[in-house]
Write a protein that binds this ligand. Structure first.
Ligand code: HEM
Ligand SMILES: [Cu+2]
Length: 736
């Protein structure tokens, strides 16, 4: 086992002095570019569509697909507003209306917001951190296909009229087999869980890339704030998604095999679903908010030409939000008959979470105050965020107060609140991000005018639509009703709200048009238009798939992005080019960012697509009720995982690899704490949370459910060990 030998003879992680790594001799940039393109490019033609594993391609795919789902969710929203424009509704019957609002909410939360932030992180993080790709490119590709297939299954169900219809949070007993016959609810349970495989995979990727692949010399405490936000987000995903995956599996087993987890009469309890759902659901809103806040913390200092105020305080508030948001879930259940002590605790905790959020808001305002804000389009969207999100936050504080919550629960006031925080806290920052990074993606700049007009139309349309819904809610209008013939006091308000809804839709259409025009006809631009300091701009535009011709070293981190483009393109950084014809990048130590070893990545492959398709086969057989056939795709999954594992075993090149003058590093085969090791730790955390949720469920039912433990299920205890053994089989095959 050889340790990394640094030019000063020290080994990694033992010295605090700044890392001094000499530059590599400069080479012809074009030669380097060609060498790297040969190794990193996607396969040509349609093959490239199915075998690509590169983060630039996949990040863009995630974002483009999420945008399409946003537009579909927006059309459903317009159908909702059209229906609510008049008391007797328009053309939707109750069944269809229920399917439409359930799908609107589910699409926006699971198929738009989460994949959009994953796509942004996958596209940006390697560029911002100074590495060439995400830690596990094949996993990124599998995540994308699982997302796409899961989303398509739900979309086809909507078009076939069998979409879920029990609301985006699918409360039992409504979503149980008795009250929700047919496959509608199963589409949600299996479709959303399919998509969540993608989210967990992305969370593992993001965590490991941030902790193990930063440019040499980039300490954890000095990394771009966007990386801190994404680290907090991915940690929350690893812990927050398993409770919902477990709940969905339990409800699907109850619906398919009649095991009573949520049925009171047979020892279950419907509130168990609510606890497990909101243990995921509340953290999810911060999983959506944090990346958006990360965008603001990245753009505001650049647009104000001054360093951000309170880097440390912002990092502390991110960590506080990560922890606090797992202690609030009951504020979604204040009306279900919770003991007053618990109500008081969760109400106080829900008020408390405003503190770390406000710390960030004041840091941004303070930065704008001490800087010279430039009023360009991204700043418009940032100001739109401030106005809308702060209003949403304030109604959130109102809803955290139990007596008010008891009045407003399940009313249009709550719908208004959630749109103020989701559209204000996520969509506006994402629009700012789109305008900001479009030049990096396309190598083209936009023409002023259309985007600015779109902003104003969206802002006015949004507040016209949703501010009024606070009022209809306070006037007693419940959410999720398709007609309201007996309430004349809601008529004008709803009509006005719907008209503004269409105004907002026109605004979003203009925004998308502006982006399409920029991508197709915008003026070509080779350099960063914002004069930003972060590494994501230290490359020629549009960003190449391999990102850096040589990995930025400590000297490059101290200079502005524009000044480092050429030295890096000429190979003066570390590990220049691809002399061994392999996809290589550096793995660095977790805290100090000291170079540790060279990782070698797999190339283009269709394996991720095959694996996702096999999982999709299992989902479709479950939906069709062909349970006896389901072991077939599962065996295929196990076989493909085995092939995947085989692909990770590589011959070890003799001796360390030269990455810079006087600095040779071992490759991954000679290291124990590889990226794979870090990835397994992340998976163990998610697994541990899944198990903890199971223990929570058993504990909850044994304490609360009157009929627990209920009559023995058909599949008695004697079968369980065999089932567990069967579940272990893929792991054992993979391990050995
Ligand atoms: C594009 C403009 C949008 C409009 C006009 C809109 C409109 C609406 C309306 C009127 C409802 C209430 C349906 C009802 O209770 O009967 C609703 C529900 C909902 N919306 Fe939106 N929405 C929009 C965008 C979004 C976005 C961007 C998100 C999330 C990122 C979102 C998430 C939700 C959720 C979670 C629900 C609850 C669904 C349920 O009750 O099951 N919406 N939306
Ligand atoms: Cu909440």
């Amino acid at each position: 086992m050889t340790d990394a030998t640094l030019p000063d003879g020290t080994t990694d992680g033992t010295r605090a002095e700044p890392l001094a790594i000499p530059a590599n001799p400069p080479r012809r940039a074009l030669g380097l570019h060609r060498e790297l393109e040969r190794v990193w490019a996607n396969d040509p033609g349609w093959r490239g569509q199915i075998t690509a594993v590169n983060h630039t391609t996949l990040g863009l795919r995630f974002m483009a697909t999420a945008l399409v789902f946003f537009l579909i969710g927006g059309v459903l929203a317009m159908l909702i507003r059209a229906q609510l424009a008049t008391p007797d509704g328009a053309f939707l019957d109750t069944e269809l209306y229920n399917q439409i609002f359930t799908m609107h909410g589910s699409i926006m939360m699971f198929l738009f917001a989460i994949p959009m932030l994953e796509g942004l992180a996958i596209y940006l993080l390697p560029k911002m951190l100074g590495t060439r790709d995400m830690a596990f490119p094949r996993l990124t590709a599998m995540a994308y296909w699982c997302y796409l297939f899961g989303g398509l299954i739900m979309l086809v169900a909507l078009l076939a009229g069998v979409a879920p219809r029990d609301g985006w949070f699918m409360y039992t007993p409504l979503s149980g087999a008795t009250h929700s016959p047919g496959i509608n609810a199963d589409v949600w349970l299996l479709g959303v869980t399919f998509v969540e495989i993608s989210a967990l995979a992305a969370a593992v990727e993001i965590t490991v890339t941030i902790l193990r692949q930063r440019a040499p010399g980039m300490k954890l405490t000095e990394m771009p704030l966007f990386a801190w936000y994404m680290l907090g987000t991915s940690a929350m995903m690893l812990v927050g998604f398993p409770p919902l995956i477990l709940a969905s599996v339990l409800l699907e087993i109850e619906r398919a095999f009649d095991w009573p987890f949520f049925e009171v009469a047979r020892g279950g309890d419907p509130l168990l679903w609510q606890h497990l759902f909101w243990l995921f659901g509340h953290p999810e809103v911060y999983i959506i908010f944090l990346p958006a806040a990360g965008v603001l913390s990245t753009l505001i200092p650049v647009l104000c030409r001054t360093p951000i105020l309170g880097y440390g305080a912002i990092v502390a508030s991110i960590l506080a939000l990560v922890f606090l948001s797992f202690g609030l879930w009951v504020h979604h259940m204040f009306t279900v008959g919770i003991p007053h002590m618990a109500l008081a605790f969760f109400s106080a905790a829900s008020l408390l979470v405003a503190v770390p959020t406000v710390v960030q808001v004041f840091a941004w305002i303070g930065t704008m105050w001490k800087g010279r804000p430039e009023l360009v389009l991204p700043m418009y969207h940032i100001l739109g965020f401030f106005l809308t999100f702060v209003m949403g936050g304030l109604t959130g504080v109102m809803l955290a107060v139990v007596p008010f919550n008891w009045q407003a629960h399940d009313s249009a006031f709550v719908t208004a609140h959630l749109h103020y925080v989701l559209i204000g806290g996520f969509v506006f920052p994402m629009m700012a991000a789109a305008v900001w990074w479009m030049p990096l993606i396309t190598g083209r700049v936009r023409v002023r005018g259309l985007g600015e007009a779109a902003f104003w139309v969206i802002l006015i349309g949004f507040h016209g639509t949703f501010f009024i819904m606070h009022l209809t809610g306070l006037l007693g209008m419940p959410r999720r009703i398709d007609i309201y013939p007996g309430n004349p006091e809601w008529v004008w308000l709803n009509l006005t709200s719907s008209l503004f809804g269409f105004v907002m839709t026109i605004g979003f259409a203009l925004f998308v048009l502006d982006m399409v025009l920029q991508a197709t006809m915008g003026q070509k631009q080779r350099r960063d238009p914002w004069r930003a300091p972060t590494l994501d701009w230290a490359m020629a535009l549009p960003a190449p798939g391999y990102t850096f011709a040589s990995i930025p070293g400590p000297r490059h981190l101290e200079r502005s992005a524009n000044d480092t483009i050429l030295p890096l393109a000429r190979g003066e950084g570390l590990l220049p080019g691809a002399p061994r014809g392999r996809r290589e990048f550096l793995v660095t130590s977790m805290a100090g960012g000291r170079p540790d070893h060279v990782a070698i990545l797999p190339g283009n492959t269709a394996l991720p697509l095959a694996l996702s398709a096999a999982i999709g086969g299992f989902v479709l057989l479950m939906l069709a009720g062909l349970y006896a056939l389901t072991p077939l795709p599962l065996m295929l999954v196990a076989a493909l995982i085995w092939v995947w594992g085989r692909g990770m075993v590589r011959p070890v090149a003799p001796g360390p690899i030269p990455v810079a003058p006087g600095l040779d590093l071992p490759e991954q085969g000679m290291r124990r704490r590889t990226l794979g090791w870090s990835g397994s730790v992340c998976l163990l955390v998610a697994n541990g949370t899944l198990f903890a949720s199971l223990v929570f469920g058993a504990g909850y039912l044994s304490v609360v459910a009157s009929g627990w433990p209920g009559p023995a299920a058909e599949v008695g205890p004697e079968a369980l060990p065999w089932l567990a053994a069967a579940a272990l089989l893929p792991v054992l095959v993979f391990r050995f």
